[in-house]
Ligand binder design. Structure first.
Ligand SMILES: [Zn+2]
Length: 60
């Protein structure tokens, strides 16, 4: 059973985690960590599928 709200379609590709921050190991000049933010291509970083009919059929 899905635990998410039925009216909110969470992206299947990323399960809602649309942007993943990847630590590169390097640091900026101010000391903060440099991270790469990779947006999910399926939902374009929104974490939700706005067109479930079009996207839900991928992976067949
Ligand atoms: Zn996604």
């Amino acid at each position: 059973m899905p635990q998410h709200a039925s009216n909110t379609r969470v992206c299947r590709d990323c399960d809602g985690f649309a942007t993943a921050a990847i630590t590169t190991g390097t640091r900026h000049a101010d000391g903060s960590r440099a991270t790469l933010r990779v947006a999910c291509p399926a939902c374009k970083g929104t974490g939700h599928t706005t067109a479930p009919g079009a996207l839900a059929r991928t992976g067949r």
